[in-house]
Design a binder for this molecule. Structure first.
Ligand SMILES: Nc1ncnc2c1ncn2[C@@H]1O[C@H](COP(=O)(O)OS(=O)(=O)O)[C@@H](OP(=O)(O)O)[C@H]1O
Ligand SMILES: [Mg+2]
Length: 348
């Protein structure tokens, strides 16, 4: 298994980052309503998560050259007015490392923090190995107290070869209906996959993993579908038209972040559709980890024209219209419903 060492490092990195994010989210939810509309907590957690992932990967894989394409850079943090934010991030990172207790390390300085953030500056591409990180995917969900993910993938020669998704608020039991929103069983799920080896899931705080598979259903009437919670991120009217054409009977389950890919990989639902509004360009860190988690669980991920996603072109994915995900049996019918719905919409 060629990427075992990298996979173990990736699991450790995202688990640690998840702990940092949970601490920030818990403090945020305990604070008053006014501060929930304040974006500072997510900023602190975003940067802190990126520092921890970068730090752990480089520490665990010390002998190798390191390249990472990540969402954040240190530009804003280096400004005078951000000195308090930088201080808070540094404190949070050091506290998280210290409470982890698994190793003794020297505290990171503010300069270390900035440089770990900047080690995510790569553009990726078709050659060599590149880590791909979204330190908090689903920032709006994070602020709402809902779903979010720490999503880490690795490209080798332009292909995603491993992926890890930490979903701190995703129960390890099914979220097949919107009832999951009231579930108290928020213990957190960790999904991981490497090419050719299948997809596994475990509790974010445990060590026993089990292999997961996408649902085998061929019947669209039994198929529930996932989509973005935020209407600004996907055209809910279009996905509803596609679902109707396909014969889907149940309402969509709306979840923030790549937790959707994780839930689909274990068969909670059968379909994920994402149709951003015109002009939006998808980023590789929003799909790399999720894509391999689903495909190794037996699913298929394509754009609206049925083409596989190409992660070798740099930071962006050039997709035709949208991204659709389902099992192999349902994909032909889903593609047909997508094609017909898009034609219908354009002729209006
Ligand atoms: N306008 C627009 N259209 C489409 N997608 C967008 C748009 N703006 C942002 N994003 C990206 O969506 C990421 C959040 O993922 P989801 O859309 O699956 O979740 S959500 O329900 O909307 O929160 C979100 O990831 P994070 O920024 O990491 O939260 C963005 O990368
Ligand atoms: Mg994202």
């Amino acid at each position: 298994m060629p990427y075992n060492k990298e996979l173990e490092a990736a699991k450790k990195a995202v688990s640690r980052a998840a702990r940092l994010c949970q601490r920030v989210q818990e403090a945020l939810l305990q604070s008053d309503v006014q501060s929930k509309s304040d974006k500072t907590p997510v900023t602190v957690a975003d940067y802190g998560s990126q520092v921890l992932v970068s730090f752990v990967l480089q520490k665990e894989l010390s002998s190798e050259s390191f390249s990472m394409v990540a969402e954040e850079d240190s530009g804003d943090l280096r400004k005078e007015e951000s000195s308090e934010t930088l201080r808070r991030i540094t404190e949070l990172v050091n506290d998280t490392l210290a409470t982890d207790g698994s190793e003794s390390i020297n505290a990171l300085s503010q300069e270390d923090v900035l440089s770990f953030i900047d080690s995510g500056k790569s553009d990726g591409g078709s050659q060599g190995r590149h880590w791909v990180l979204d330190p908090i995917d689903g920032t709006k969900g994070f602020l709402r107290g809902g779903q979010y993910a720490i999503a880490l993938g690795m490209l080798d020669e332009g292909k995603v070869v491993l992926g890890v998704l930490a979903c701190p608020n995703l129960p390890i039991t099914s979220v097949a209906s919107n009832d999951y929103l009231t579930s108290l069983d928020k213990i957190g799920s960790l999904f991981f996959a490497q090419v050719g080896e299948g997809t596994y899931m475990q509790s974010l705080y445990g060590s026993q993993s089990s292999k997961v598979h996408v649902t085998g259903t061929e019947n669209p009437e039994e198929a529930s579908f996932f989509e973005s919670f935020e209407a600004a991120h996907t055209m809910h009217d279009l996905t509803s038209l596609i679902a109707k054409k396909l014969g889907v009977k149940v309402p969509p389950v709306r979840i923030d972040s790549q937790a959707k890919y994780g839930a689909l990989s274990r068969g909670d639902g059968a379909i994920y559709m994402r149709f951003p509004h015109k002009g939006y360009r998808e980023k590789i860190w929003d799909h790399a980890a999720g894509c391999i988690v689903v495909t190794e669980a037996g699913g298929v991920v394509t754009d609206a024209a049925g083409h596989p996603l190409d992660f070798s072109k740099g930071k962006h994915l050039d997709v035709d219209t949208g991204i659709i995900v389902t099992n192999q049996k349902l994909m032909p019918a889903l593609l047909k419903a997508v094609r017909e719905s898009l034609q219908e919409k354009s002729s209006l």
